[in-house]
Design a protein around this ligand. Structure first.
Ligand code: ZN
Ligand code: ZN
Length: 92
């Protein structure tokens, strides 16, 4: 069995069938790292660096304040205008 802690990766004899790490310390380090990775992932999303377009799923730039990429934004704009025009036509 190879220790699940990447920095350790020591070959060890597991005492239990579900033991993934050679020591409690390695378990703690690996768990902490997983938590930190999740944390940074969430932080990156919050900062807007990894955001997909809600329509086509393309990665948005952090400078794009919208939930859509520029090409989808254009299409949506046209759709919206078209719908508004339709509504206006219905009223008049
Ligand atoms: Zn280890
Ligand atoms: Zn898009």
């Amino acid at each position: 069995m190879i220790c699940g802690n990447k920095e350790c990766a020591k070959d060890f004899e597991p005492k239990t069938h579900n033991q993934k790490y050679c020591t409690d310390e390695c378990c703690r380090i690996a768990t902490n790292r997983r938590i930190m990775e999740k944390y940074y992932e969430k932080k990156a999303i919050r900062n807007g660096s990894i955001r997909p377009c809600k329509k086509c799923g393309i990665q948005l730039s952090r400078y794009n304040q919208s939930n859509y990429c520029s090409s989808c934004e254009k299409k949506l704009d046209i759709d919206l205008k078209g719908r508004l025009m339709g509504m206006i036509n219905e009223i008049s």
